[in-house]
Design a protein around this ligand. Sequence first.
Ligand SMILES: Nc1ncnc2c1ncn2[C@@H]1O[C@H](COP(=O)(O)OP(=O)(O)O)[C@@H](O)[C@H]1O
Ligand SMILES: [Mg+2]
Length: 488
Amino acid sequence: MTTHLPRPGSHSWSIVRRLTVWYVGSAFGLIVLATSVLYGALVSNLDREDDQFLADIIHIVQAFLRDRPDDTAGLKRAVEWEWASRQYAQVLVRILDENGQAIVESPDMSAVLAPAVFPPAIGIEGEPGSGAEIEGLSGSSYRVLTAHAPVGVSGSERRTIQVALNQAHELKLLGDYRRRLAWVLSIALVLCTTVGHAIARRAVRPVQEIAEAAKRVRSSTLGSRIDTATLPSEVAALAETFNTMLQRLQESFDRLSQFSADIAHELRTPVNNLRGEAEVALSKLRSPNEYQEILGSLLEESQRLSRIIDGLLFMARAETPQVHIARETLSVAQELSVVRDFYEPAATEVGVTLSVSASADLQVVVDRTLFQRAVGNLVANALTHTPSGGHASIEAVEDHRALQVAVRDTGRGIPPEHLPHVFDRFYRVDRSRSTTSGGLGLGLPLVQSIMRLHQGSVDIESRPGAGTCVYLRFPVHPLAESASAGGV
Ligand SMILES: Nc1ncnc2c1ncn2[C@@H]1O[C@H](COP(=O)(O)OP(=O)(O)O)[C@@H](O)[C@H]1O
Ligand SMILES: [Mg+2]
């Protein structure tokens, strides 16, 4: 069998890597684009300049042919000496008659550029168009231009002028330029990568800090927090979430520690009692009556112990979310009267009247035992804390899609400073009473666990001297709706 857990590092790119790639991609891309555009502009400017230069020469030759049509010697001198002797930007000129025969041409011109390789004259009659690039027989590249020119003022005859500019020098210049650009671009690439990587690392640094802080958390360091003041806002939110998580963990952890201490404390008293009584009993020989009495007392203490353990076990089970409760549709009035019947004798004994009010058609979908236990615990509390002549009542009403069961008494109430704690395990308002009168401080926490299991809630109101009221709210379960609608 194979597992499909992602191995760290193998499943995706790190943020630093992604950011670096994006940064290098965009920054270097822009640099390359800008450089290419500038290089293109340079090349086309050079070409235009060359064309203008060639056009100038054509204009000169045209003027010569127009003004001095018979001065072939003068033309020859200009063509063969003046222009051909240029060292950089070497110019070649050829003048053809109407039959295509060369009249004048620069020395050695036919060795590199035959008349036929020139493009035909384009553009307006007499005006040079734009130049073309051709390769001469010697292998070097030439910018060439062709134009017609009328001879003399009458213009009865026509010559063709072919001019070529050797571009070797220019190409070498561009080559140098390209090499330099390549250098600049390579350095830019290295710089972009380094800078991008540094920026990306800086950006994710706070996240790494949080991760490291998370790694350092131990049960003993739950009190530590990440300082969010120095963090950028996006990460501060994450750190705050992390801090609140720590806060919650710390609270649960503290509660658990306190709870363990409480359990140890609560178990110690009955166990000590058991031991003490047994030791006293064994210290000398006793009559059967005495043994019976001592055994009865031992039994009482062990019962108390098992009640504590049962309660704790039940609550521990109720805390696990997947615990299953056996819900059934019940008549509320019927269940409450069962509870009343159970507590009636005790109520009579302490001189408290006990009443139930619930309409007969009220239904609820709950676990029967747990429902009775929750209400029963509240009634037991009411009876314990209500003096003789008082009254306790159980009232059930349907309210905002929930069933509300209120257990009310006219007893001595709970002082406000104790009220927030009465749902804590082992909490008792009157601690001194606890060991003798059997209050474990687990009644209300049990009720709360039961309500949690039913996705319900419990609330308490109390006024010292006036009485106490505890409200249980059971949300209407889908089953109850279908039951009341379809009569299932
Ligand atoms: N109806 C009530 N009237 C006055 N005090 C009450 C009432 N219900 C609960 N209390 C107080 O709340 C404390 C916690 O109740 P509970 O969890 O049932 O524990 P126990 O009843 O075992 O002491 C009790 O010790 C008691 O002081
Ligand atoms: Mg109780």
